[in-house]
Design a protein around this ligand. Structure first.
Ligand SMILES: Nc1ncnc2c1ncn2[C@@H]1O[C@H](COP(=O)(O)OP(=O)(O)OP(=O)(O)O)[C@@H](O)[C@H]1O
Ligand SMILES: [Mg+2]
Length: 373
């Protein structure tokens, strides 16, 4: 046993016992293999934190990442939606010396308020109805590694106070417990809101703001670094149409370069994914782009509309809704697959499904159906 035998049986043995033992061993072998497989996938897939960009802006961001990766300094990543905040957070963690420690991403915007505290800090058995056994929270899960608090600006004031205490004391107290557990985590927070304004207006705690914001990595909007567009297009073509020779016509590239990209890199990614999915030719031409993007490059002066921004945001929402529906169709209603195809996390996908009133139902005959309510 000391040398690593799994178990032993005493003579005389019963077949039943032998069978049980073999079953357990088979299960263990399966788990070990599965674990190795998952570990490998995590290493190659999730850690593929390829941050693409040619602009001086993105080069600055990359330099910041390499300076921060081996520190325990709290980092605030700011930038509009879709600029790559999560990508940067992952890069800071996975490029550093602590890459083998846990990285736990928490979407503060999609946590159910009543469950937030128990999710973050855990709970004791019997803390509330349904708490059959005690459970560790996300902070404990991230112990020794990094916790990524996404959309930190969405955290209610009451939770902000609790979070601040955890960061100051370096310990969490599970719901329903009198004892604190010490936790050692690096915090990376992200926000698309202007937290400075938020704390001036009183919706975000100033003390928490300063605790989180020791270093800020700001991601500029895509329209402020248009020189990244061609390399990003190339990158996404490789991702969505690997091994093909699909290329973008100069006219289409002109449209892509001129568009305002209110949804930033994510919108560009969706745009390429859509063109790859819907187009059936060897090239991506202007006609394969959504109308809003086409219009701006087509010489018309759409952007001079006084309310141009809201116009393109509406168009963006519509495009996003269409893309999600289409991708769901392709993915046969498989949420995890759809999320991967769209390049968004499950949490983000759920938020979007809710926002666009898209419900995905399972039924016995028809494995998964997508409907719009
Ligand atoms: N510089 C980049 N190079 C390659 N891919 C990028 C880059 N920036 C963003 N992306 C891709 O764009 C998508 C959006 O990025 P990410 O989720 O990190 O953005 P975000 O700022 O967290 O957005 P949100 O505020 O909407 O959550 C992802 O699929 C990501 O891989
Ligand atoms: Mg994000």
């Amino acid at each position: 046993m000391t040398l690593g035998a799994y178990d032993y049986i005493e003579k005389p043995f019963r077949v039943e016992k032998m069978r049980l033992l073999l079953q357990r061993m088979a299960e263990k072998v399966r788990l070990v293999t599965e674990n190795a497989f998952l570990r490998e996938r995590v290493n190659t897939e999730d850690n593929l934190d390829g941050i693409i960009g040619a602009s001086a802006n993105i080069q600055d961001v990359l330099r910041m990442i390499s300076r921060l990766k081996d520190t325990r300094t709290p980092v605030l990543v700011s930038g509009e939606s879709g600029t790559g905040k999560e990508l940067v957070a992952r890069a800071i963690h996975f490029r550093g010396a602590m890459a083998q420690t846990p990285f736990v991403a928490v979407d503060c915007g999609s946590l159910v308020p009543t469950l937030m505290e128990s999710e973050l800090f855990g709970y004791e058995k019997g803390a509330f109805t349904g708490a059959m056994k005690s459970k560790a929270g996300l902070f404990q899960a991230a112990n020794g590694g990094t916790i990524f608090l996404d959309e930190i600006g969405e955290l209610p004031l009451e939770m902000q106070a609790k979070l601040l205490r955890v960061l100051q004391e370096r310990e969490v107290r599970p719901v329903g417990s009198n004892e604190s557990r010490s936790v050692d985590v690096r915090v990376i927070a992200a926000t698309n809101r202007d937290l400075e304004t938020a704390y001036r207006e009183g919706t975000f705690r100033k003390d928490l703001y300063f605790r989180l914001n020791v270093v800020t990595v700001h991601l500029p909007a895509l329209r402020e670094r248009r020189s990244d567009i061609p390399v990003l297009v190339h990158h996404f073509l490789n991702r969505y149409a690997p091994g093909t020779n699909l290329h973008v016509t100069p006219a289409a590239m002109k449209s892509l370069l001129q568009y305002e990209w209110p949804g930033n890199v994510r919108e560009l990614e969706n745009c390429i994914a859509r063109a790859v999915t819907l187009g059936d030719r060897q090239v991506i031409d202007v006609n394969d782009l959504p109308p809003a993007i086409r219009a701006e490059g087509g010489g018309s002066t759409q952007t001079s509309f006084p309310d141009g921004s809201s116009l393109s945001t509406t168009a963006l929402a519509e495009m996003e809704r269409m893309t999600i529906l289409k991708v769901f169709e392709q993915a046969n209603g498989d949420k995890a697959l759809a999320g991967r195809m769209l390049g968004i996390s499950c949490a983000t996908l759920y938020r979007k499904l809710k926002r666009y009133n898209i419900s995905v139902r399972s039924s016995a005959e028809n494995p998964q159906t997508v409907t719009q309510s």
